[in-house]
Design a protein around this ligand. Sequence first.
Ligand code: ADP
Length: 429
Amino acid sequence: LSGANVIGLDVGTSGCRALAVDDAGGVLAEAQAELPPSVRVGAGCAEQHPQDWWRAVQQVLSALMRQCGGLHPRALCLDATSATVLLCDPQGQPLGPALMYDDSRARTQAADIEPIAPPDSPARGASSSLAKLLWLRARHQPSAPTLALHQADWLSGCLSGCFGISDWNNSLKMGFDPLTQRWPDWLDELGLAPVCLPEVFAPGTDLGPVAPEVAAATGLPADLRILAGTTDSTAAVLATGALQSGDAVTSLGSTLVLKMVAAAPVTAPEFGVYSHRLGADWLLGGASNSGGAVLRQFFEPKVLKALSARIDPTRDSGLDYYPLPGIGERFPINDPRLVPRMQPRPAADVRFLHGLLEGIARIEQTGYQRLRQLGAPAPRRVLTIGGGARNVVWTQIRERLLGVPVEVAAQQQAAYGAARLALRQDQSG
Ligand code: ADP
């Protein structure tokens, strides 16, 4: 394997995966490891021990390097779960467990942020990195300089041996302003000291070589460059190859998530819409509560597949559903009291499923219309990922409603997106 290559590393919600990718985008090797589940210490509380992440990361990187003799990656880029936050000392020693992406206990802290942060700041809300940082500061009450880092920041630090660095994407929910590329002044009002905010770089920026002891322990080449990372959802979009303004990515997993590349940022907090900076472009998106979880309430995966095959996607079901797993919606309709509409239920399951698939497709259609109203371009094509993307009939229904090509993305793994970021960085300079 003498061809030039890079490593993309994804530390996701349940596991960790590394891919070696060559300059032509071909996957040379792959390794994965499971992560222990979050510890649920109470309602809305989810913690993990950073050392568990680091163990899994070393394990996958060692496995990757063992797998392929002659692999000599020149750069490594990693993504990890967004808004997972920890405090550590300047040498990278964690002060305690990290608060995970889905931890929402920092409600008091969110209330402290509310009057200070601008109304459209992604740092608002109990799940933001900033609220978690404040909660952790109250828990540990550090008296010496302490670093606030995201999961990806800390792991990049473990790899390079240099802590205190983040990227535009991970820092967005800590309050970093990607437009001006600085921490805004309003953060001063929170009196964060002695907690220090990270120094923030563009995703893919060369941060330096791998630490010698890490290279020795894992088999990574000593001249490997560690690059600034990104968030897992941004990496999943990059994996699809969405690059140009108007490229849209719909994720049909348990929930329905819409993303789009645009030349300018769009922010609409009332709909949960915000924008990540991606090189010269922006990645914006919104998430509906609808999605595959609703289908699961009614049909087993096997039944779903068999019934779908009997649907004629060229015809309208004649049903007007708004499928939701429970009450309340955020995007494309912001109404916490919105009631799911899945009645009347026809006697034939095929027709019922037709109505559900069409209903979710209509939410997708409305979602892109909403983004357009908010200032985004119209989608020129939709790349699609997630469990629902496997359903060919659904894809045809969606294509009919959206009026643009809907393509199943050949690459859907966040680790591949991180590798693409590394390739892009290398090729740009
Ligand atoms: P997540 O990671 O968000 O849990 P996945 O991307 O693994 O989700 O997708 C799982 C979802 O995909 C399930 O909610 C399921 O209903 C849906 N799904 C799986 N197979 C199909 C299918 N053939 N047609 C439609 N939806 C499907």
